[in-house]
Design a protein around this ligand. Sequence first.
Ligand SMILES: NC(=O)CC[C@H](N)C(=O)O
Length: 223
Amino acid sequence: MKSAVILCPGLNRDRDMLHALELVTGVKPVTVWHTETKIPDVDLIVVPGGFSYGDYLRAGAIAARSPVLRAVIDKAASGVYVLGVCNGFQILTEAGLLPGALMRNAHLKFVCREVKLETVNTRTAFSNRFDAGQVWRCPVAHHDGNYFADAETLKAIEDNGQVVFRYAEGSNPNGSIHDIAGIVNARGNVLGMMPHPENLVEPLQGGTDGRLLFESLMGELVG
Ligand SMILES: NC(=O)CC[C@H](N)C(=O)O
């Protein structure tokens, strides 16, 4: 599986993502700087986590307007898989690729710990290797992870099965509505999530629960 990782000033999880992608897929990803207007032919584009442009204005708002995001939007429209993690999720919502918004955590504190996620839709390209209802471990590290969508949008994404991951009972670290931790777009080729699956892909990191997400995509691509 060929992948590209987007780089913006202030992102800091790009190295973790590059490592995880190479480890799980066996193929070294390419990197694409934020000023680029073209992205090479790849199966998956990842917008990693961090603090693009210092989270000024709103987390992800400036990166969403950078040249490379236009190319990400075009690639997504052509069906390429796009994964946004943490700040990447914030960037994808700011760019309009995913519905809703990530607000300041309800308790107004930065949260950095492990949570439990429940996979509630296994019929997506990003989740087909999970068992239905599977509860898995995943780290979070953010201050703006409080997912919100208006009632109409929320109903639509729930009815369409676009909620892929929820914080398991008692695990919601930020006040997200409906315990939403990760969603896909209506077409199912763009996923955004606040937790960091790339940080739990080898025993050295304390577990391998995050691998299933990347393996789901790999399985999707080989059929
Ligand atoms: N780890 C991250 O990607 C942080 C995301 C974002 N800047 C926040 O703190 O909400």
